[in-house]
Structure formats: structure tokens, C-alpha cells
Design a protein around this ligand. Structure first.
Ligand SMILES: *Cc1c(COP(=O)(O)O)cnc(C)c1O
Length: 429
């Protein structure tokens, strides 16, 4: 059975929450991002409960970079989530939304000393990615005795694309396994109190194997550091990467087995190394928001050139993943949900770039100008990666909860294209 993406339909139409996608597109215009609040809440609770039913002390740090909409952050704040912030901008945003500093973990990469200082002053937990950052943090006033965490790079790689692999020998993240003891000792010598260890091996993981391997590797490193440096870990953070099906041929992660295997391994390693019962942290991004949002875009041009194209009213500035990673996004026709695929067609964006395609040779129902397409799984690494390239203002984003609708990002206007710019007066003579 192909994966059906849990879509709701009524009278040939796609339903989001309790609302017809076609009516939403009429009212709020296209292109339009539509996020379903219930799905975000459900995803959070599903994953949290799967872990928490097997280990008492679980924290989920939502990886904010997946979707930084304030409303999404607020929903997850309300659910009790913590935040994985990768930049001062994300720290600022999370604080603004109401996350207390102790619920924010800062895991930067190639951070400046100013950024470390900002994170320190904000009172968030700092997870260091290099010896350089560790040394520079120690030069900042008031960091004596500070609790810190260190990111290690277990020699495990996983991910749907080379760009998403964040562990293993080629990755720029974290410190090496073999220097962990030395680095934790150095942290102590610099006056810090190391309390955490972190790893994040990659994204879009749909099987337990690579994740298990990473947990095992990191637990062995943590065990060694505990034994040889005498660190009592308050938390061990295994990062994110939990995948969702993008293609109908993929299956959902089997949460029950996946979480059981991980927690069992975690517990047995804690016992093996006599490490007590530290908090178990994970940092899901995609899993919490990926399937909660669709991008609605209207077909405006059907063209029979050397190939057949359906041209739509947005491009890779609005959703980059297909162009950037070659990612598959399933596309349905929101006004023809019951119709079978009858032709293979390219779905092309509206930017002047030949790589601006959402799909090649995609089996679709008979497409006509005016049809409304819904690009699925557009909740993670979608709006947060958008740009105004080709001087196309970004679309609006609306939040649906059953029959309620709110605009959570207004559609940009032309004036947003040059916000912050100026022409030097000497050029205006
Ligand atoms: C991006 C990122 C995540 C989230 O990855 P997902 O694949 O979206 O779950 C978690 N931790 C860190 C450090 C990250 O950079």
C-alpha cells in the first residue's frame, strides 16, 4: 500500500483542519502556506509520549530552524517543548515567544565570540562545537564555573542528502571522538562545569539503525569521559533527524520500536558505565512540523514544449528543497483529489532559473490552468529557507485549527523587497 499522507478530502477537494483548501486559496490568495495546528500538537505529543513512556526524564528540544514562525514556536512552547537554537537570532526569537532561558539550548557552528557572549548573557545552555569556542567562551566575563555541554561527532553518518549528513569523517560539526576526554578535561581546567554531551548525525532518518549506532557510540564516549574525567552528566542529547515519509513508497518511522530500541540501549549503557539517570534529550525538527503544512500554488500555464509543463505561481524562493537537495515533495490537486493520474508532467516554478522545478515527469491527473496544487510536507525547511530571489515577495502563511484561520505571516509587498536598503545621496544628484 502506498503511503497516503493522511489527507482529508471531501467532494473531490482537499480539506485542511475542517476547511476546504480551495476556499482558503480564494480568500488568502496563492501562493499560500497553510499549517494545521492540530498536526503540530499531535506530532509533538506522539514523539514525546513514545520516549517518555519508556524513560521518565525526557526533554524534546524543537529544532527551531525547521520552521521559525512565531505561532509555531508558541504552540510548541505551550506543549512544553524546549528549543534547539542554532543562532543568536533563534535565541532572541525563542525568548520573545516566551521560552524561559533554561528551556533553550544553543548549538551554534563557527560562532563568534560576540555570539557566545550574547548566548551567555541570555542565560541559555551553551553547547560548544569546537575547542576554539570553548577557549573563547572562557575569555568572556562571568563564565567561570559555567555549566556547558560539548558536541561530539560520532563516526556515524546519516541523511537524505550529502548536505544533511552531520556526523562522520567529512562533517564540520563537533569535536572528534578520540579527543573527547582531553576536551572535557580542558573544559574543567578552564574553570567550566561540563554537564552535557551532544551529537546530531543527520536528517530524515527513517530506520533505527543509524540512530542506534550514534546513540551507542555517543554513550561509549560519554561513559569514557565519565570514568576518566569524572564528569557527572546532567543530560545526554542525541540530536534530531527523525524522518517523515516524503514519497508514497516510504513508510512512517515505527515510533514504538524505534523509541524502545533507543531507550533500552540508553539505559543499558547508563548502567554499564554507572552514569546514574541523566536527562534524555532529543532535538526533532522535521518530525514535529514537516507534515503539518502544505504549500498551495495555482497552475497558471500549461505548456507543451519539448516536454509538457504545468507552470505555477511560486518557485524555489518559496520552497527550496526540490532545487537544493533534489527532494521529492508529493503534490496533489486540491480541486481534483479523487482523480487518477493520467499523464506525466513537469511542475515548474515561476523563477528565471532552469533548475526551478518542483517535479519532473510526475504522474498527475489531467492538469488545467486554474487548478490548485498542494505541495505536501512543506512545514520543515520550507518557509524558513525562503528567499525573495527574482524579486518575488514571500507568500502569506495561515494557521488553521479546525474551522479557525489566522494569518500568521502577512503576504510580503513590493516594499519588503528593498526594506533596509538605501541609495547613497551622492548617487541621487
Ligand atoms: C537541524 C538540527 C536538528 C533537527 O534536525 P531534523 O532533521 O529536522 O530533526 C537537531 N539538532 C541540531 C543540532 C540541528 O542542527
Amino acid at each position: 500500500m502506498p503511503y497516503d499522507f493522511n489527507l482529508k478530502t471531501e467532494n473531490n477537494h482537499l480539506i485542511i483542519g475542517d476547511l476546504d483548501a480551495n476556499q482558503l486559496a480564494e480568500e488568502y490568495k496563492t501562493p499560500l502556506y497553510v499549517i494545521d495546528e492540530e498536526k503540530v500538537r499531535n506530532n509533538y505529543n506522539k514523539l514525546f509520549n513514545a520516549f517518555n513512556s519508556k524513560y521518565d526524564d525526557v526533554h524534546m528540544c524543537y529544532a527551531a530552524k525547521a520552521n521559525t514562525s512565531l505561532a509555531v514556536l508558541k504552540i510548541l512552547e505551550d506543549e512544553g517543548s524546549y528549543i534547539d537554537a542554532v543562532s543568536p537570532g533563534e535565541i532572541y526569537t525563542a525568548l520573545l515567544v516566551g521560552f524561559s532561558p533554561d528551556r533553550i539550548m544553543f548549538t551554534g557552528n563557527n560562532v563568534t565570540t560576540e555570539e557566545l557572549e550574547y548566548a551567555h548573557k541570555s542565560g541559555v545552555t551553551i553547547n560548544l562545537d569546537s575547542i576554539s569556542a570553548l577557549e573563547r567562551l572562557s575569555t568572556i566575563e562571568g563564565t567561570e564555573g559555567k555549566e556547558i555541554s560539548i558536541r561530539v561527532n560520532p563516526m556515524v553518518e546519516a541523511g537524505h542528502h550529502e548536505h544533511c549528513i552531520t556526523g562522520g569523517p567529512k562533517s564540520k560539526f563537533g569535536i572528534r571522538e578520540d579527543e573527547a576526554v582531553e576536551v572535557y578535561q580542558k573544559a574543567i581546567d578552564l574553570g567550566f562545569k561540563p554537564i552535557g554531551m551532544h551529537s546530531h548525525i543527520g536528517s530524515e532518518i527513517l530506520e533505527s539503525e543509524p540512530f542506534m549506532l550514534a546513540v551507542e557510540t555517543m554513550m561509549n564516549i560519554a561513559g569514557k569521559v565519565h570514568k576518566e574525567v569524572g564528569i557527572d552528566f546532567k543530560f545526554l542529547d542525541f540530536g534530531g533527524g527523525f524522518g517523515i515519509p516524503y514519497e508514497p513508497t516510504e513508510d512512517e518511522l515505527n515510533l514504538e520500536t524505534f523509541t524502545k530500541d533507543i531507550i533500552n540501549l540508553f539505559k543499558s549503557k547508563l548502567e554499564e558505565y554507572n552514569m546514574g539517570s541523566p536527562s534524555f534529550y532529543v532535538e526533532p525538527g522535521r518530525f514535529l512540523v514537516g507534515n503539518s503544512e502544505v504549500l498551495l500554488t495555482r497552475v497558471n500555464t500549461i505548456k507543451e514544449s519539448y516536454r509538457k509543463f504545468a507552470g505555477v505561481d511560486c518557485g524555489f524562493g518559496t520552497l527550496q528543497r526540490p532545487t537544493m537537495y533534489g527532494s521529492y515533495h508529493h503534490i496533489v490537486v486540491a480541486n481534483k483529489m479523487d482523480e487518477e493520474a493520467v499523464e506525466e508532467i513537469d511542475i515548474a516554478g515561476n523563477l528565471c532559473e532552469s533548475g526551478d522545478l518542483f517535479a519532473r515527469d510526475r504522474p498527475m491527473p489531467k492538469l488545467e490552468e486554474g487548478d490548485l496544487l498542494a505541495i505536501l510536507n512543506a512545514g520543515a525547511y520550507a518557509y524558513s529557507m525562503s528567499s525573495q530571489y527574482n524579486s518575488r515577495p514571500r507568500p502569506a502563511e495561515i494557521l488553521v485549527n479546525k474551522k479557525d484561520v489566522d494569518v500568521i505571516r502577512r503576504r510580503e509587498e513590493f516594499s519588503d523587497l528593498f526594506a533596509g536598503q538605501s541609495i547613497p545621496t551622492r548617487l541621487l544628484k
